[in-house]
Design a protein around this ligand. Sequence first.
Ligand code: F3S
Length: 385
Amino acid sequence: MKKRVTKKVFKKILDSIQTGKKRYIKISSAHLSGISYLNIGDAGLEFLEDLSRSGLKFKVRTTINPGCVDYSSAIKCDPEVVEKQKRIIRSLKNIGAIESLTCTPYLFDNPLKRNQKIAWAESSAALYANSIIGASTNKEGSLTALASAILGYTVRTGIHLRNGKKPKIRFEYEGELKDEVDCGLLGYVMGLKAGTEIPYLQIKKCIGSILCYKQLLAGFGTSGSAPMVWIENLTPGFSRVKKPKRKIIIDRAELEEEKKILSEEAPLFHSNRMIFVTGCPHMSLEEIKSFHEALRNIEKLSMEAWVFTSRNVYSEAFRRGLLTDLFEKGVRVFKDSCIMHCSLKNSGIHVITNSVKAAYYLRGSLRLKTTLKSLKELVDEYGGK
Ligand code: F3S
């Protein structure tokens, strides 16, 4: 006979990461990852349905990551996957989740304040929350974030300890960061070197846009496991932090070395077996606006471009007429889903992307060929006339 899902189950999950004396900390927000049917499969679906039947509810504002399907898109997935993804979302809604389906919940669905204690899974969002907004969350796993959302507290460990945000290592990058791909690569190299240690980052010539930092943090979260990066002149409270003595200088050559592993030459003659993918993490309204602006003088891209974003950003961009223009230029805009889209599985498509995180997962998990190119390079090379 099946055991009922009770609060005890979730307490046990948090207790399993306790070391020594049991101490918890109240949270006011949670964000859940691991909701894609392609990741959690039938076992995950069944568990969430049992949880939904148990009557337990989320105690704090709880948002959810994207699934693997955009229900309104013309690009279809296996009907069984679509149906099971729907059941996952239905279960989470029953427990009280906001149907955000985005990896950038900090933009609309789950806004944060500085010093807010939270339990967020999805590494790129947790890193953004800590490093750009000044909130506090460990890089939660899917189960610990779920447990915290149900219980309303998390384990007082890591970043929640008194000196938990102290940087241990200083990175200096002396080269140029010419676009978002460079930023993602810098983050990725930093993550490889930092491991579990929180770094303090000094950049000499910074392109200064939030898109750059978003890609830097997503790249960092892909290869490293620390929950934040102190970014000089950006992270709230950076001036009061003692800079670590241990310093590592990163140079351009290291970025190029990693790029060779994640990126290969794009085929010269492209066809519908090649697409450009952007929006990993999901694009903000500002990013959609600047993409729209970059395509202003382009009649139609010679390659299909896929943009991933949240429902809220999609609606706002649509209301402003931005999406209609993008559609005409060969851009598809997806919501509720992610670059790990159901239609890409076993597709053999060559993906060009401006996201280091996307390149890493599309190569590693979906075994696709990838090429890293910035949005500017996309427009320059595939802008046609
Ligand atoms: Fe978001 Fe999926 Fe990338 S959850 S960060 S679009 S891998």
